[in-house]
Design a protein around this ligand. Sequence first.
Ligand code: PLP
Length: 461
Amino acid sequence: SDRHAPVSTPASTGPLRRNRATSHVLHRHTGDVLPVAVGGEGCWLIDAEGRRYLDASGGAAVSCLGHGNRRVRDAIMAQLDKVAFAHTGFFTNEPMERLAEMLVEGAPEGIGRACFVSGGSEAIESALKIARQYAVERGDLARTRVIARRQSYHGNTLGALSATGNTGRRRPFLPWVIDDVVHVSPCYAWRHRAADETDIAYGQRLAAEFEHQLRVLGPETVLAFVAEPVVGATLGAVPAVEGYFKAIRQICDRHGVLLILDEVMCGMGRTGYLYACEADGVAPDMIAMAKGLGAGYQPIGAVLVSDAIADVVLHGRLGLMTGHTYMGHPVACAASLAVQEVIRDDGLVARVRGLDATFERLLRDGLGARPEVGDIRGRGFFRGVELVADRTTKRPFPATAGLAKRIKAAAFDLGLICYPGSGTADGIDGDHILLAPPFIATEDELALAVERLGQAIDRAM
Ligand code: PLP
């Protein structure tokens, strides 16, 4: 019988579709033709034509170990030889337990548990739901509101998008985003600190704004404050000023509000600290992480939870009410465990911290004198370059010019991967380029990234 005869030519035998218009993939990329990624070695990605790209942003701050790490590859293969999947409703698994142990060991004071998910948005969703469950179990039913910051990105799913302050990303979905999220000012000293104000005074002013907002809402109705310690995609590697997060922590404590830090982009060593909040001297109630957690070898995210919250939720009437089929996936956890072991054994956090000043100097020497470069900032291997039409007034380029995206495209042509952010119209203050190279990048590779970025800016202007 011809019952098993193919009804059409198998797709795998035809030419690979890479054109956005004809591909069966619903691509999100805006270019017409996408190169096909076929290989990766260290800080470099290689396409089907043999072109090499210096991955100076690790995609979107993901590939912190670079590409092709053998130890991670071996850990994945070894786990596959044992078991690929065992649902967490029935089993625990060894890599998940060990990974949780390792993360908690290095975490800020009070953090005692890890809940594993598949990415950053799920981590934020889980943190918000755990916060709500904590309030419900304590009989604190009125606590529903979340305070986040404008110019933040917390993810794409509807809960995480509700916390997100970036208006451009929210607008099409506004009818669905949760009303119970209120946004306050981000900590963005270079642009918003007054001329006669110190960093410390600016941080205290923002903390006072936060507390004022709490009082307006009624502190007993507020569940949590959510913020990125170093703002990634929407501002371009902007850390808070000294004292800001300490003041926020005190205000949260005063009013029974939970502090949730989003370290999806800035965490896991990227800033030269394993947890970015170490630099701010605060211990949050929960930390969301992803990206560098699995370094791109597998999709994985996590929310770290304080013992105080975990105890209430676990011993409550409902048990943990957030969960996904793939949470704690053994292969993802094995990959992530190997990534974190490499980071520990190779001393990569210390390496990033040690090269902090070198990377900053390379950026300042290479780009600092350009008239269109307004600010160079960040920590460790998490750096932002903000572009302005006028350095004195800090006037941004018009959003319609799409400068950051044009720089990204020019850089890509030059064999450099960097991550753009832009748009004055949507509450973002201007164009910036984010660099987040793998922790293994050599000084020569850092220098080459800066050189190519300079050339890309020239081409895009
Ligand atoms: N939070 C921050 C700070 C992020 O940068 C991102 C992604 O860029 C997310 C959350 C969402 O993570 P994911 O894209 O893995 O869902």
